[in-house]
Structure formats: C-alpha cells, structure tokens
Design a protein around this ligand. Structure first.
Ligand code: AMP
Ligand code: MG
Length: 487
C-alpha cells in the first residue's frame, strides 16, 4: 500500500473520528491488475475528482482502495440488523470500506465507499469479494434510480481487480466505488444501542442530525425530531419506489438508510406484470419483501429504529414510547399522501379533483392491471398517447377490454394533463432481462450492451428512436425472473 497523496483528492475521516467505536481502521486487499470497467464522469466532477486522473493507474488504485490519500482513514463500519425479521447484533462491512468523506460541489459531505475490497473482521464466512456482474448491477440500477429522481446512493466506478471470485463458477472480481450522503443505517443505531453505551448512541444521533436532518438540532426534542425526519424521508422514498415498480428485495434494517437514500442493490428488480405479491429474490421464500409489502416493512424497520432511540427521548420510558408511537403514526399518512399525489401525476389528474373520485379511479385501475398482468412501466407511459386519443396501444395490454374501456372513458373525461404524465412516467427502466444481458456480456468482456443500457436508463423520460427494445417488457421465454443476494 502506498500513501502518495494525489493532489486532487482530499478525504476527511469524520465518521472514523466521531464514532471510533463503530469504525475499524482497515486496508483494502491488493488488486493484482486493476482495470476500469465504467466511470461516472459527471459524478466524479460533482465530487471535485478529476475524471482523467481517476482513469490513470494511480486513480484506479484509489478506486480499489490501494492508494490511500494522506489524512484518510479507511474503515470497516460496524452495524447490526434485522435480517428477514431475525436480529443479528454484529454484521458490519464484511467486504466494504468507507474510504472517507469528500465535500462536493454544493458543499455537502459525501461518503466515498468501496464494495468488494476484501475481507474485513466483519466478513464471518464470506470471502470479502464481489464479482463484476453484481457490482455493475448496482451501478446501472442506482444510476437509473437517480435519473428517475429517486433518492439513492450513487455509483462512481466499477473497477475489475484482475483477481477472480469463486461463486457457482469462477468470475472476474471487481470493486464498486459508491457515493452516499452517508452510510448510516437503521442497523447502525441498532449496533450502538446494543452496546448499551448511551454516549455512543447520542454521538451517533448527533452525527446523523448534523449530516441529514440539521433542522432537528433547533428542536427542544432533537432526537425525536431526528426520528421524525427519518420517518418523513422513508415515507417519501417508499412512495417513489412503489410508483416506479421498484422491488428492493432485501429490506433488512441494515439496508435502510437514515438519509432516506436507497441502498444496497443486491436482489432488486423492476416489476413488469403488475402484482403486489411480486418477489424476485431467490432467498425471499416467504415474500416478506414483496412489492406490495414494502411500505409496511419500512414502517416495521422504523419501529426498530425508534426502539434504539428511546433512551434519548427522555428518562420517562412510558412517555418516550408514547412519543415514538405518535411520531411513527405519521408514516402512513405521509406515505399515502406522497403515493396518492404521485399516482395523480402518473394519471395526469387535475388538481381540483375530489379525493374519493381519484382514489376510486386508481383502485379500479390497479385491479385491472393486476388481473391483466399488465406491464407497469409501459402501461403508464402509453397512457400519454391514450389521453390524446390513441388508445389502442394501451388497450391492447388488457384482457378485459370492456372493463378497460369503461375505466378509460371516465379517466379521459377528466382531460388528463399529458405534460405532467410525460415528466413522471418513464419510458426506460432497467428491465431485468436487459440488465442480465448487459452483465453477462460485460463479464465476458463486451461492454457495448452495458453502455447502451446506461444510455437508455440515465435519460428515462426522453423517448428516443432506436431504443424501442429498452422500452418493452421481457420476452415470454425469459421466464420467472430470480435474483441472488450478496453475490
Ligand atoms: P447484504 O445482504 O449485501 O446487505 O449483506 C449483509 C451482510 O453480509 C453485510 O454485513 C455484508 O458485509 C456481508 N457480506 C455480504 N457478502 C459478503 C462477502 N462476499 N464477504 C463478506 N461479507 C459479505
Ligand atoms: Mg447490505
């Protein structure tokens, strides 16, 4: 490991300094032959990192953790988590490192983090590694989410290490450089709480307030205000996910952020045929994290967060519980309001429309979509043309034509706003079969499909000729899609 300070990179070590009990200084494994697979140049520039330098051999060594700028203290972060409902008191970064924090062009602190950088003391039985395919999946889907205006961690680069990773077959290894407004998770609070050290818990909460919910610092009840802030951020995030048909797949409490950013794109998928029971993850046998369960799971996870914060809410624990319950009660209202507003926009409904009328129209539509197993993304997009009188492409997606016609007639009588619809209904989402195709090709050394997919999904609202296949659902023979976690 060399410690040459590249002139362009300054990393702070604020988390490592303020929360040393949760930060284990550690080094990345040496990458034998780092080669760039993909670099996010606009994001690099936003972070004040020179893209040309990042492409150099020194830059690549930074991106795999083998060059540590002076002043930086790479750490594995400790966290706990409920995984499929069972509590694990010690998870932590088993194959990841926080390199440090960067101040971005807007003056905000952003974490620079690596995934796939080798075993850490939190690795348990894992090998600490990541394969090119799953790291590219995170890159593509997180950048697509960002382009869809959904809060998310970002992807700066994927670098192939030159080493290999043993999974079902031997695969090329890679490191993902990830950027987040922080990596604080519900599981981080569960870890601090489980140590029994209230001072650590308070420092963690203060750190979270300062980074994500600075307004809470003004409140007499700053920790309750922090909780309120997280509830609001997650309610909004869940509405975003539901409105685009995103299924996260592994909403364990260690995969839920305090910032409200989507994190950890393991077994995620975009739903095609509309179905609240849609599950893609091979390990989610009970459907705990099915599409339609996501808001309820988020609320459950927030209740776990509240439990950890009770010692900070005051000395009277009955009163602390009452405050937590009341604050958590806002989740359903905020989620419903955000989702309903989003649905109105997707359908282009006029502002003044009566709530009961809007909700009966939406409920009826969702039933029709489910019965007809209609493709979520192309349905909403095609509605734009339907509003202008070209109903056939939309109509053709339904089995019960009479029921659709009757719904569409009522909807069109409301003169839907097609400009609003075009702004919120994407043409291109990272469809599962196209993601698989791109990852497979990239694993074999062909980056063209990846680049074409990225081109489509990072400008999701602008319909472009030549990209028709990126707007269409998977062919029948793609079958039932399954995703795999932690690979
Ligand atoms: P995830 O399911 O990716 O959110 O990860 C859950 C936990 O497993 C975290 O503590 C990860 O650091 C750890 N983990 C996942 N894959 C590996 C691996 N290949 N080596 C070591 N730890 C891993
Ligand atoms: Mg995780």
């Amino acid at each position: 490991m060399s410690v040459a300070p590249p002139p362009t990179v300054t990393l702070d070590a604020r988390f490592a300094r303020e929360l040393a009990e949760m930060a284990l200084p550690w080094q990345a494994e040496e990458a034998p032959d780092p080669r760039l697979v993909v670099l996010n140049e606009p994001l690099a520039t936003e972070l004040g990192l020179n893209p040309a330098w990042l492409r150099s051999s020194e830059g690549l060594r930074l991106l795999v953790g083998n060059l540590v700028p002076s002043g930086a203290t790479p750490v594995a972060q400790a966290y706990a988590g409920h995984q499929f409902g069972g509590f694990a008191p010690r998870l932590g970064d088993g194959r990841a490192l926080l390199l440090g924090e960067v101040v971005d062009a807007d003056g905000h602190l952003r974490d620079l983090h690596l995934k796939g950088s080798g075993r850490t003391p939190f690795a348990r039985g894992g090998d600490g590694l990541a394969a090119v395919g799953p790291m590219l999946r995170e890159y593509v889907v997180s950048e697509a989410m960002h382009a869809l205006d959904i809060p998310t961690t970002r992807s700066l680069a994927v670098v192939a290490t030159g080493g290999s990773v043993r999974r079902e077959t031997v695969l090329p290894g890679a490191v993902l450089a990830r950027v987040a407004s922080s990596h604080l998770r519900v599981g981080s609070f569960q870890y601090a709480w489980a140590t029994g050290d209230v001072d650590l818990l308070r420092r963690l909460a203060d750190h979270a307030i300062s980074r994500h919910h600075p307004g809470a610092a003004e409140s007499d009840q700053r920790y309750l205000a922090l909780f309120e802030g997280v509830v609001a951020a997650q309610a909004s995030l869940m509405a975003h996910w539901m409105l685009v048909g995103f299924v996260h797949g592994v909403m364990n409490t260690d995969n839920m952020t305090i910032s409200g950013e989507t994190i950890d794109y393991g077994p995620c998928a975009f739903m095609e045929a509309f179905d609240p029971a849609a599950v893609y993850s091979s390990i989610d046998v009970g459907g705990r994290y099915a599409y339609g369960n996501q808001p309820i799971v988020a609320e459950w996870n927030l209740a776990r967060l509240a439990e950890t914060l009770l010692p900070l809410f005051g000395d009277d624990q009955d009163q602390a519980v009452a405050m937590a319950v009341e604050t958590l009660g806002a989740f359903r209202r905020q989620y419903s309001a955000a989702w309903s507003a989003g649905m109105r926009a997707k359908l282009g409904l006029p502002d003044g429309l009566d709530d009961d009328m809007a909700s009966s129209l939406v409920d009826e539509l969702l039933n029709l979509l489910q019965e007809g197993r209609v493709d979520h993304t192309s349905f909403f997009r095609s509605l734009g043309a339907a509003a202008r009188g070209d109903t056939e492409p939309t109509r053709g997606q339904f089995l019960d034509l009479a029921a659709f016609d009757s719904w569409a007639e009522r909807w069109r009588a409301l003169t839907p706003d097609t400009d609003v619809m075009a702004r919120v209904n994407p043409v291109y989402v990272p469809r599962n079969h196209l993601v698989e195709e791109a990852l497979l090709a990239a694993t074999e050394g062909d980056l063209d499909p990846l680049e074409r997919l990225l081109d489509a999904v990072t400008a999701p609202y602008a319909e472009r000729p030549g990209l028709e296949r990126y707007a269409a659902p998977a062919p029948e023979d793609f079958g039932d899609y399954r995703t795999f976690c932690g690979t």
